[in-house]
Ligand binder design. Structure first.
Ligand SMILES: [Zn+2]
Length: 222
């Protein structure tokens, strides 16, 4: 076999494996586009210790048509009343409600309640200023996670030892602590606000007032 024939046999298999790898990566990337929304609107009960019964929550949201068909485990397509229960700011919101293969769209995720409280924060979470010394608490996220893990509801400022109670912190809709929540994927900060009707339904279903926050998720390692 000549050198030229060798190259002719070798090249197509390289090209083929490149194409195969490339299309697998493309498919994975599309799956990520569908499900890994960077910007999310979260709804959560005001009382972080309040137990939430997920089945009841799901049936309430289905009854008021906020959620539509189940697409995948705990993930739902927007229901018929989605746009009347979430008030979009601006005159023509650029959102997709139908599942898309190649671009982000709004979906609703209702994860199982977590046994322990969790601090949900993101890249947009406001800096925390100590009420005592007025310094920025640089490692606030770690201090709060440690406090939750140790089942205490406060931590001390590393600069001045001022006690900071978790429930007194005003994150201005950029973080929260809860055991249960609902996330709406692909909603930018302040792009949409839950209507009182929706918050009322959630309160009725759980016996607790609900609040909301906008989280820009931390980049995930890939
Ligand atoms: Zn301080």
């Amino acid at each position: 076999m000549t050198v030229r024939q060798n190259i002719a046999i070798f090249l197509p298999s390289v090209v083929l494996s490149f194409i195969t790898n490339h299309s697998t990566k493309m498919a994975q990337a599309l799956e990520n586009v569908m499900w890994q929304a960077e910007f999310k609107l979260y709804l959560y009960p005001e009382d972080p210790d309040a137990p939430v019964e997920n089945a009841g929550l799901k049936s309430t949201l289905a009854d008021c048509k906020f959620i539509g068909p189940l697409i995948e485990k705990n993930r739902y397509q927007a229901g018929e009343q989605f746009l009347s229960l979430l008030c979009f700011m601006g005159c023509s919101p650029n959102i997709e409600l139908e599942p898309q293969n190649d671009r982000p769209y709004c979906y609703i995720e209702i994860p199982e309640s977590s046994a322990e409280k969790r601090f949900i924060a993101g890249r947009n979470t406001r800096k925390l200023q100590c009420p005592g010394c007025k310094q920025t608490v640089n490692n606030a996220k770690a201090l709060i996670n440690d406090a939750i893990e140790n089942k205490v509801d406060f931590f001390e400022c590393p600069e001045c030892n001022q006690r900071i109670d978790l429930e007194t912190i005003n994150w201005r809709k950029s973080a929260f602590i809860a055991k249960s929540w609902i996330a709406v994927g692909n909603i930018y900060e302040a792009e949409a606000i839950p209507d009182d009707k929706l918050l009322g339904q959630l309160e009725l279903a759980t016996g607790n007032p609900w609040k909301f926050a906008y989280i820009r998720e931390e980049p995930t390692a890939s």
